[in-house]
Design a protein around this ligand. Structure first.
Ligand code: GLN
Length: 505
């Protein structure tokens, strides 16, 4: 089943270009994310008493859109652009977004986020699918190829908050954002050099050159798509800003913003469409699709707690954790650090258990993942008992929390990714992948909901001590209960889900 293409360390050589391109793209994504909430609270919304609320709303809307756009970007790539053009376009838009963030201007802020939303939509899904395309169907190296790729993601996610956080603290926010932009350009340079070397052969080309050159509205489609992508940005910027505390006045949507309402609509539409697909499928496919939908839902719950790391947990680290070696922005590296250490041991654990026919089936792994998330937040809540007289807790609790959360992530995220492909009939596998990515998008709605509940209203931007500690600890206890509850529900449902999965493990 192996192809005759050049190899490196037993994998297609193209993987290493994609590895470095994604490493640097994630460097920019996570470097910026590490600064985002602190920047909003301390700069953009600094003058508002509701600054936490506004920051939570924008973080949530940005996160939802940045993952939802992958569905559109994936589709345009399949139908028209192909991976290569999509990835280049996405990378350019993302770099632009990060450089616009480096400009000191509040309006530029929303426009910058919008460029990143559109750019990520073209970059992220297509570079992931490109990895899959390097291997022929049934190539046993594919899983380990994805493990290597996930490592690349997390190497970027580990280094960036440390460097961008340091620059942001020592020289100013805009230097931190600027470095994120340089990271993205580095990623593009790697990808470009891969293209120039001819290593990808005929992979990732557009489905038809003719289609690309077809004129619409007087422009060739290959020009029209980038033009429309740029033009979409101001509208997305408006969506991000359409919220009362952000505008500092009344908004038509009240305490919801446009993105909240949009996502309720998308959610209902997807569920109806899934019901239709399930209705049309054969009885055996039907059961597998129902499982795919369930695991996507469980993943949404997990990311809903996990993605708090860039908002509530960063603020908690800033206001209530005794940090000495690293600062609050830099704590964003901890998740990726643990993933780097743990991803290979845990994937080896599954293979060795599989050899003994003891590999737990997917629903059990998901149940465990959610329980681990619950325990991780419980550990964070326990830190209250060790708070000093200033309401500051020891760093070790945060470290332990990230360790447990990262183990949970590895029980779910990479496993789910491969199961979605196994559980979906071939004819709708791309659509189901889109639904899978939407789990992250919907998770950010959960993140927004929790973030708003744990927002602290104060005239003093430098709020610290027990005032903020008690709000956060109450929240962490609630989250722990919900996550553990969700994990138990998954365990109760597991025997049924296992049966529905049939031959899929
Ligand atoms: N950390 C992973 C990545 O950046 C997954 C994040 C997510 O899907 N929410 O690719």
């Amino acid at each position: 089943l192996r192809s005759q293409e050049p190899e490196m360390l037993g994998h297609p050589k193209g993987l290493f270009y994609l590895f470095f391109a994604e490493l640097w793209e994630r460097f920019s994504f996570y470097g910026m994310r590490a600064l985002l909430t602190l920047y909003m609270v301390n700069e953009i919304f600094e003058a508002l008493a509701t600054r936490d609320l506004a920051a939570a709303a924008v973080y949530s809307s940005y996160g939802s859109l940045v993952y939802a756009s992958t569905v559109v970007g994936g589709r345009i790539s399949d139908k028209l652009l192909g991976f290569r053009r999509s990835i280049m376009l996405g990378g350019i838009l993302m770099a632009l977004g990060h450089f616009v963030l480096a400009i000191e201007n509040d309006m530029a802020f929303f426009l910058a986020l919008a460029f990143i939303v559109v750019g990520n939509g073209f970059f992220k899904p297509n570079i992931s699918t490109f990895v899959g395309a390097l291997y022929k169907d049934g190539d046993v190296r594919k899983d380990s190829g994805f493990t290597i790729f996930y490592m690349g993601i997390n190497i970027g996610g580990f280094i960036a908050p440390i460097l961008c956080g340091w620059l942001g603290r020592e020289y100013g926010w805009h230097y931190g954002f600027g470095l994120a932009g340089i990271g993205m350009l580095t990623g593009l340079a790697f990808f470009w050099s891969g293209l120039k070397s001819g290593i990808f052969g005929d992979k990732g080309l557009p489905p038809s050159e003719e289609g690309l050159n077809k004129p619409v509205l007087g422009l060739k489609k290959k020009v029209l798509v980038p033009v429309l992508s740029f033009l979409a940005a101001p509208f997305i910027a408006l969506m991000l800003a359409s919220y009362e505390p952000v505008l500092g006045g009344e908004s038509f949507f009240g305490d919801q913003n446009f993105v909240n309402i949009l996502f309720k609509g998308i959610g209902i539409a997807i569920l109806l469409y899934m019901a239709f697909i399930i209705y049309q499928a054969t009885p055996s496919e039907r059961k597998k699709l129902a499982v795919a939908l369930f695991i996507t839902l469980f993943m949404t719950v997990f990311w809903g707690f996990h993605e708090l790391s860039g908002s509530v947990i960063t603020l908690f680290a800033d206001r209530n954790v005794n940090l000495s070696i690293i600062d609050a922005a830099q704590t964003n590296s901890l998740n990726s650090m643990f993933i780097i250490f743990l991803s290979i041991p845990i994937s080896l654990l599954w293979t060795s258990l599989a050899k003994k026919k003891k590999n737990p089936r997917t629903p059990y792994k998901f149940g465990m993942g959610l329980l681990l998330a619950g325990v991780s937040f419980y550990v964070l809540a326990l830190s209250r008992g060790a708070a000093d007289e200033n309401g500051m807790v020891p760093f070790v609790y945060l470290l332990l929390m990230y360790f447990l959360l990262s183990v949970g992530e590895l029980f779910m995220s990479p496993v789910g990714l491969s199961k979605i492909t196994d559980l979906s009939p071939k004819r709708i596998v791309a659509f189901m992948m889109g639904v899978w990515f939407l789990s992250s998008a919907f998770a950010f709605q959960v993140v927004g909901f929790i973030g708003k509940k744990l927002a602290i209203e104060s005239d003093n931007a430098d709020i610290r001590g027990f005032d903020s500690l008690d709000v956060y600890i109450g929240g962490f206890e609630m989250i722990a209960q919900y996550a553990i509850g969700a994990g138990l529900i998954v365990f109760i449902l597991s025997p049924l889900l296992n049966r529905w999965m049939q031959n899929v493990h």
